[in-house]
Design a binder for this molecule. Structure first.
Ligand code: ADP
Length: 394
């Protein structure tokens, strides 16, 4: 600014320059005010963010002292914010040493996830939590503390414990049921054998003395007894999958398939079936149950054949943590709506006159696969054949 020299024009110029300066000053003052307001609102915003969190939040300094807490931390510890700030973070846990190791780990590694601790409330009540924490820095990038958020897992733990209890109970009742089925079917065999053989004996012994009707009735009785024997035997086979299994060992599934094919030699020959396979892997399985599994699937693939000669193809693909086996046929196929039903014991889609059987084969397959920790399912198109898949975990 020019030094005042006294002329009117110069004076006016000076006044206008001063006015301009005042305006500038006013402007920067309002700027400052605005910045201060923004800072305040940002800080309020951050505070609200912290307070709105249901998870207890806390910031910890290098020496393990609490620097700030959220309202939820006051609730979980039963201590006020003022009491908490400045005290040792580790003092509020059932295992202070583990809590100390936890926040030290954050300073060393930058963060921790799902670090389990138990918070002790002033009343003595314990809350199990999982901590997620990370370091936070100032503008220069220096670490100034740890920001930690705890997640209350009491409900989750309670639900897990309940689930575990239900599972144990389910396992126990399953075992009871298996034992019952096993004993019942075993004990039923003998009286059934008697019924069948004595009715047959009756028919032979009184051959000439019986009229047509009596012979028919005896034939029905024999047929019924034999069918019941078959069902009882099947039930025994089914229940034994769980009770009489052999240990699960490394097994060559290729030679297992060979054994299943040999067991079905007559059926294969009579039906002129062709069974082909790709290279099959070594798996962890109960060998005799795996034979039974292949045998049931192959037998079905041949039994439910269409007009053409049956062709069954067995393969396995590596899915990383498990093997997926498939048994593909060119038979009559299965309607998708029966997807679940066919794996249920004694459930069949055909009459005995159409196709013989008791409806146990796939139920046994499912039990065997599940005993090995796998799954079984099929894909099919009616009239175009079916492919049964099962998995064997590695
Ligand atoms: P079963 O063979 O004694 O009837 P399963 O439990 O082995 O009993 O099979 C149940 C039903 O699933 C069969 O009655 C049949 O309808 C259907 N099924 C099983 N395998 C096949 C297949 N490969 N092709 C067509 N239908 C099949």
């Amino acid at each position: 600014m020019k030094k005042s020299s006294g002329t009117k024009a110069e004076l006016l110029e000076e006044i206008s320059a001063l006015k301009q300066k005042i305006k500038e000053l006013e402007y920067s003052d309002s700027d400052r005010k605005q910045t201060a307001e923004m800072l305040l609102s940002a800080s309020n915003y951050n505070r609200n963010l912290i307070e709105v969190s249901l998870d207890p939040l806390v910031t910890i300094s290098h020496d393990g002292k609490i620097m700030d807490v959220s309202a939820s931390t006051e609730q979980i510890t039963g201590c006020s914010r003022l009491d908490l700030i400045g005290t040792d973070f580790s003092d509020y846990f059932t295992d202070p040493e583990k809590a100390r190791e936890g926040y030290q780990k954050v300073f060393v590694e930058g963060k921790v996830t799902d670090y389990p601790l138990a918070v002790r409330h002033a009343s003595g009540a314990i809350t199990e939590v999982l901590y997620n924490a990370s370091v936070y820095r100032n503008e220069q990038g220096e670490v100034i503390g740890v920001f930690a958020a705890a997640r209350d897992i009491t409900e989750r733990k309670r639900a897990e414990d309940k689930l575990r209890g239900v599972l144990v109970e389910l396992e126990r009742s399953n075992k009871d049921l298996e034992l019952f089925a096993s004993i019942a079917s075993h004990d039923l065999q003998e009286p059934l054998r008697m019924v069948a053989s004595y009715t047959q004996l009756l028919a032979e012994r009184y051959e000439g003395q019986l009229d047509e009707k009596a012979r028919k009735y005896i034939a029905y009785a024999v047929d019924g007894a034999i069918r019941m024997q078959r069902l009882v035997n099947d039930l025994l086979t089914y229940s034994r999958v769980g009770t009489h299994g052999n240990p699960i060992e490394t097994t060559d599934s290729h030679s297992i398939l060979g054994e299943a094919i040999r067991n079905l030699a007559t059926t294969i020959e009579e039906s002129k079936a062709i069974v082909t396979n790709e290279e099959l892997p070594m798996v962890r399985a109960d060998a005799s149950q795996l034979v039974q599994l292949f045998q049931n699937l192959l037998a079905n693939a041949i039994k439910f054949r269409a007009e053409n000669f049956p062709h069954v193809h067995v393969s396995a693909r590596d899915e990383g943590c498990e093997w997926v086996f498939s048994v593909r046929d060119n038979g009559i196929g299965i309607d998708r709506q029966y997807a679940d039903r066919i794996f249920v014991i004694f459930q069949r889609l055909h009459t005995r006159q159409e196709y013989p059987g008791t409806g146990i084969g796939l139920a046994v397959c499912k039990r065997i696969v599940e005993r090995h920790g796998g799954k079984i399912w099929f894909e099919s198109e009616t009239g175009k054949g079916s492919t049964f898949f099962f998995t064997v975990p590695k």
